[in-house]
Design a protein around this ligand. Structure first.
Ligand SMILES: [Zn+2]
Length: 186
């Protein structure tokens, strides 16, 4: 590439103020985001069986306590928040699919992840239909809480300071997720 064209190309690159960098090329248009959403299964390890959001999982608090370790229980069932920087999934950079730690529903792919610098795994969009939302007032201003569409487990909050083009930042507790690498090797 000629130097002049290279400079033009650099100038045309969108600047992402807060959001930092995605691990792979981040989509520039909403059409590309839709493609990521529609083709999420291409990042699922071959032969992996995953449940559907319509196959609801309703358990009692006692059943959840038995099924989850205490930290995951606190986040998923009590809307707790893990300490920033404690989840190894914040630094997970392999290709694959993130599923709900409560019920195994696929919720994000590695192609939807970006490094927000917050210390929590962060995503700019989700697998379609993975979550439902509500407004909570746990801190003074209202925040949009999101939870698993299959088991109702709390995952995190979504903010509007994410990278273009979605501008969304799904700030997810790592203990609410499990990662299935595409390679199949854990
Ligand atoms: Zn779930």
């Amino acid at each position: 590439m000629e130097r002049r064209n290279l400079l033009k190309a650099i100038a045309a690159t969108p600047i992402v103020a807060f959001a930092g960098r995605a691990h792979t090329a981040q989509p520039a248009t909403m059409k590309e985001v839709e493609n990521l959403q529609n083709n999420w299964k291409t990042l699922l390890a071959a032969g992996t069986q995953v449940p559907a959001a319509s196959d609801k999982l309703n358990l009692s608090k006692d059943e959840w306590r038995k099924r989850l370790d205490p930290k995951a229980y606190d986040v998923l069932r009590e809307e707790g928040t893990e300490r920033a920087g404690t989840s190894p999934l914040d630094r997970e950079k392999r290709e694959g699919v993130f599923v709900c730690a409560g019920c195994g529903l696929p919720v994000f792919t590695s192609a939807m992840k970006f490094d927000s610098g917050t210390g929590w795994p962060s995503f700019f969009t989700t697998i379609p239909g993975a979550f439902a939302t509500k407004t909570d007032y746990k801190i003074i201003y209202p925040r949009t809480e999101y939870h698993c569409a299959r088991c109702g487990g709390h995952h995190g909050h979504v903010f509007d300071d994410g990278p273009a083009p979605t501008r969304q930042r799904y700030c997810n507790n790592g203990v609410a997720l499990k990662f299935i690498p595409k390679s199949g090797k854990a």
